[in-house]
Design a binder for this molecule. Structure first.
Ligand code: 4AD
Ligand code: MG
Length: 434
């Protein structure tokens, strides 16, 4: 006698008309006459288990009648094709066992809840239909990034989370006591990646960064993930070539491998793929200001782009667009200036549809004196940056890099309203629970 195989719901297609065992949770249920329809989820998919009174003994049928949502279940039965089912199959249940039969009513019922309630119950909310697909897409997106970096010959490396220096300005640092001295949670691994790039050539890092942003917007988290690359011997234009290929690759990977999840979220997958067709438009800061003003959002030279300006740029191109060559004084100290010192070799990648800045990047200053001057202008003390200055003393080379905001980019891919839905446990100015 062959034993019943335990399978994932995503694999039912390979087991049509066979008897299988599925381990999961009771997502939803309804009963009609002598039949219980049990929606079972296991993280890989959702399938309907059909339990018929005339197929199982009375005791089991009664037991199933009282099972509460999210009870953990082990179900055996035959996989039957069913055209009406979203995944094309259902299970004709022979037996069902609750590993844990839930006793209290599950707090998230299958109806509309306010966001505040859902956020308070984020540890449970992530099981739901609107939430779990986003996390699967996140997995695929991160996987795509790693693949792209690896295939491009980059080495994965790390910077520390606890640091003694600021990268992106001193106003958004989380400070902590480090045995009597001040340390900060890193805002970006960039400066350290510049060091590892000089050791390893081309490097990347994907991990959490921290910003004490007072901004309470749909684009800001206080802890978020950044995908950063640092490329030795690469100058400004090539840096942008790399970034656009990366976004094209990762979005296509997500579209190919998670089309079901994207469709569940209502994303027009063909349109998404069209939006990342290469090349992305590249415009200068000045051209961007003109476009923004023409669109009726007033903006002066020397200002940074606010949300309405970013939305205007996104609407104008309906594709991700690089804004290049910002005025030097509105950008961080490390960016390579132009000959006249007015501009810097920078680019921000702005998403369409009002999703704002997805990537910030630049060529880095490789000349020691220019860097020292810029640090002085930025009011940064040299001492904690001595190691960073060393990189300009010992074998300095032109190099460039960037940081992609993982949550912002997933928010855009999924067409969501808020970055908080793209990370399992978001950290925001007013939230550190659960
Ligand atoms: O533009 P940023 O500040 O760039 C840097 O930190 C560079 N040192 C990166 C580098 O060159 N290696 O941040 C990069 C990206 C932004 O474009 C945005 O997508 C995202 O990080 N980001 C945030 N995402 C969520 N919440 C916040 N508070 C964010 N701040 C920036
Ligand atoms: Mg930026």
């Amino acid at each position: 006698m062959s034993s019943t195989p335990t399978i994932f719901i995503s694999e039912v297609g390979d087991h049509a008309n066979e008897k299988v065992r599925v381990k999961g949770w009771l997502y939803n249920r309804r009963s009609s006459g002598g039949i219980h329809f049990l929606q079972i989820r296991d993280g890989t998919g959702l399938i309907q288990g059909v339990l018929k009174a005339d197929h199982v003994d009375d005791e089991l049928f009664e037991y199933a009648a009282d099972l509460k949502l999210e009870s953990s279940l082990i179900v055996t039965g035959q996989v039957n094709e069913d055209e009406r089912a979203p995944i094309g199959y259902e299970i004709n249940v022979d037996n069902l066992e609750a590993y844990q039969a839930v006793e209290e009513d599950y707090p998230i019922s299958r109806k509309e809840h306010g966001v505040g309630f859902l956020m308070d119950n984020r540890h449970l909310w992530i099981r739901e239909k609107g939430a779990a697909p986003v996390l699967r897409i996140r997995h695929e997106f991160l996987q795509g990034l790693r693949e792209f970096f690896d295939n491009s010959g980059l080495i994965a490396t790390e910077g520390p989370i606890l640091t003694g220096v600021s990268v992106e300005g001193t106003t958004t640092l989380f400070e902590t006591d480090y045995f009597g001295e001040s340390a900060y949670l890193t805002q970006s691994s960039q400066l350290y990646l510049e060091a590892t790039a000089a050791a390893l050539g081309q490097v990347y890092w994907i991990g959490p960064v921290f910003r004490a942003e007072k901004s309470k917007t749909r684009k800001h988290l206080t802890e978020f993930w950044m995908a950063e690359a640092e490329l030795s011997w690469v100058e400004h234009d090539e840096n942008l070539d790399f970034q656009e290929k990366m976004l094209n690759y990762t979005v296509n990977q997500v579209a190919e491998k998670r089309s079901g999840e994207l469709e569940e979220l209502g994303v027009d997958v063909d349109d998404l793929i069209r939006k990342v067709e290469l090349p992305f438009p590249r415009i200068t800061y000045e051209e961007a200001i003109d476009i923004v003003n023409d669109a009726g959002v007033s903006m002066e030279h020397g200002e940074d782009f606010g949300a309405p300006a970013e939305t205007a740029l996104g609407d104008h191109f309906n594709k991700p667009v690089f804004i290049e060559m910002f005025p030097r004084e509105i950008k961080p100290f490390y960016m390579e200036p132009t000959e006249d010192g007015e501009k810097a070799f920078t680019a921000d990648l702005i998403a369409p549809d009002g999703y704002g800045e997805l990537i910030g990047g630049s060529q880095r200053i490789d000349d020691l004196e220019i860097l020292q001057r810029r640090m002085e202008e930025a009011g940064l003390p040299e001492e904690p940056y001595q190691w960073y200055l060393d990189l300009r003393k010992y074998g300095s080379v032109p190099h460039s890099g960037f940081g992609l905001g993982v949550e912002r980019t997933i928010t855009w891919i999924c067409g969501l309203d808020h970055v908080r839905e793209t990370i399992p446990f978001p950290r925001q100015i007013n939230r550190i629970y659960p």
